[in-house]
Ligand binder design. Structure first.
Ligand SMILES: [Zn+2]
Length: 446
């Protein structure tokens, strides 16, 4: 996204798919105590930009923006400073109402689709042209912070307010998108709204029968929030090709690089291609004392060996951009005196090179088969949950972002986003879901 409000927020920020330069600045030091907190958080002092834009009419109202961020954070199911805002819950609905209210105040025409992606549009003077869009998400995993996603939504609204105050009239329409369920918390799939916008037919089909951990169906949950009213068919959410000429997302960095290096702006040149895999091994189990070592087929050791092989295959790629993580490793029955009869792993692997990432997945698969044979356990499941393509940022947008950063004397750095965001799906009309997202969603049923 295209704001220059980071003087006040003082957060290291990532710009994904930047669309153009809409310079705006903070023109005043701020005494608001929450802003000091943000400075403490980021470690950056608020700096008055020594820049001609100080006298420019384009300026962001950082104080109001900060207040809005703070106000939005109160729509939470856990006490401050944490934020918990799960898809389609009462707090999520209230937060959405707040955003729609602010969009309305900004003079945007607001519409929502069947899953609750929210669009606020400012018509350009050539409204038949494809719009330029920006946005992010406001759902929040349990006990998260108040900036994740939120700066990309509220910041976008303030950017449009700043443009309007300056008298600017856009040629192309500008649109702000609030994406539904960027977080996978409730229904197990991240970037749900943007995946559907990108034409995720398998996902649209799967969602008809998907339920959450409380056995509430996706469609019932959506209806309780006022969406998916009388339709089960979610294909109405799919974007027509060419709906947007560019998309940009402003997001806090979810890694330490910008903060460690004292750089304000990260310009994302590519988003790494994520994939996730679920693996189950099954053995005979048995008593930890009674079954002697030669007679065992330990599902836990198979999982441990596979976890190490994930690391080995990733390191053997020789690429610093290739990563693999076993974030979940569960043993059944989970007793100290019981040989694990079942083990479950969830593996995340990413790379900016999709082919290289797919080679890693295949090697992990081969290792799982070999380990199962060697340890006489059953590889009862090897399921690729998602296998998404990477995205490269548009060169002209990267250049515009760089020019804008320079103009405003902001430190900036080109980087790869290894966390993925809705931008990954906005960049693609052709999303790959791996073999089996449908079955994966079925399996989330209790
Ligand atoms: Zn986020």
């Amino acid at each position: 996204m295209c704001l220059r409000f980071s003087y006040s927020l003082s957060l290291p920020l990532l710009f994904l798919f930047f669309l153009g330069s809409i310079p705006s600045i903070l023109t005043q030091q701020n005494e608001d105590p929450t802003i000091k907190t943000m400075q403490d958080f980021s470690g950056y002092p608020v700096v008055e930009p020594p820049h001609p834009f100080v006298s420019n009419s384009l300026s962001v109202d950082a104080q109001t923006l900060q207040k809005q961020i703070d106000e939005l954070s109160t729509f939470s199911d856990t006490p401050a400073p944490s934020v918990t805002r799960i898809l389609y819950t009462e707090k999520d609905v209230l937060a959405r109402r707040f955003i729609k209210y602010l969009m309305g105040l900004a003079g945007l025409s607001v519409r929502e689709d069947a899953v609750g992606n929210i669009f606020g549009r400012w018509d350009g003077y050539e409204p038949e042209l494809a719009a330029v869009a920006t946005g992010s998400h406001i759902d929040a995993i349990p006990y998260s912070g108040k900036y994740d996603g939120v700066v990309g939504v509220l910041g976008a609204i303030e950017a449009i307010n700043a443009l309007k105050r300056s008298g600017f009239k856009p040629r192309r329409s500008l649109e702000i998108i609030l994406f539904t369920s960027e977080e996978p918390t409730r229904f197990g799939i991240g970037c749900l709204g943007s995946r559907l916008l990108a034409g995720g037919e398998a996902l649209a089909k799967a969602l008809k029968t998907t339920v959450d951990s409380q056995n509430i169906s996706f469609l019932d949950a959506a209806r309780s929030a006022g969406y998916a009213k009388d339709q089960d068919d979610l294909s109405s959410v799919f974007l027509k090709k060419g709906s947007y000429s560019a998309f940009v997302e402003l997001h806090i960095e979810q890694g330490p690089i910008l903060e460690e290096e004292g750089v304000s702006i990260g310009i994302v040149t590519a988003i790494a291609a994520p994939a996730s895999i679920k693996v189950d091994f099954e053995g005979n189990g048995g008593h930890a004392g009674a079954v002697l070592m030669p007679s065992r087929n330990d599902a836990g050791l198979a999982a441990a060996e596979l976890a190490l092989s994930v690391e080995k295959h990733v390191l053997e790629s020789g690429s610093i951009d290739t990563v693999g993580t076993v974030g979940i490793l569960e043993l059944h029955p989970g007793a100290i005196n019981s040989i694990p009869s079942k083990s479950h792993l969830e593996i995340d692997t990413r790379d900016i090179d999709e082919k290289r990432r797919n080679v890693i997945i295949e090697k992990i698969h081969q290792s799982a088969i070999a380990i199962a044979t060697k340890r006489k356990v059953n590889l009862s499941e090897f399921r690729i949950i998602n296998q998404d393509p990477p995205a490269l940022s548009e060169k002209s947008i990267i250049e515009a972002m760089e020019a804008a950063s320079k103009e405003l004397n902001l430190t900036q750095k080109f980087m790869i986003s290894r966390a993925y965001h809705d931008s990954l799906f906005m960049a693609s009309q052709d999303i790959s879901y791996g073999h089996d997202i449908y079955s994966m969603l079925q399996r989330l049923q209790p």
